[in-house]
Design a protein around this ligand. Structure first.
Ligand SMILES: [Zn+2]
Length: 140
């Protein structure tokens, strides 16, 4: 476990508006958030704002130390989505009912598969969030 100061943790959380920077799940009692090293510590990634993002525990577990994944469409290996260098809306889109994340690019599709961003429990949660009017998140 890498030490992250409370100030750095707060900065990364506020920068992400409290949402998972991969699957966009909001921080809630049922959605625990952790900090992800975009370039894993095992691969030399530093504990600095430019290499950290906020993630839910699910996305973090499936991302693990992976940096690349296979695009299911082209079968090519591509880098995972990088929330610091890339824009979510350029790689992902919400399905019309707001419950599924669709990959717009090879990076988007590969990241969805690797992080299992449409896993059953998060899709069920999104269905409730849509009914409550909380989802999909609105951009500011
Ligand atoms: Zn997530």
């Amino acid at each position: 476990m890498t030490y992250v100061s409370e100030a750095l943790r707060r900065f990364v959380t506020e920068r992400a508006f409290g949402r998972c920077e991969y699957c966009q799940s909001p921080k809630m009692i049922v959605v625990t958030m952790v900090l992800d090293h975009i370039i894993p510590v095992a691969a030399g990634g530093a504990t600095i704002p430019e290499n950290l993002c906020l993630t839910c525990v699910g996305c973090n577990l499936f991302k693990s130390d992976f940096e690349v994944a296979v695009d299911p469409l082209s079968q090519q290996g591509v880098p995972l989505y990088n929330p610091r260098d890339q824009v979510w809306d350029e790689h992902f889109a919400w399905s019309p009912d707001g419950t599924l994340i669709e990959g717009v690019t090879a990076i988007g599709r590969a990241t969805i598969e690797r992080l299992q961003m449409n896993r059953t429990e998060v899709v069920r949660a999104r269905q409730m969030w849509v009914k409550a009017g909380w989802h999909p998140p609105q951009r500011v």
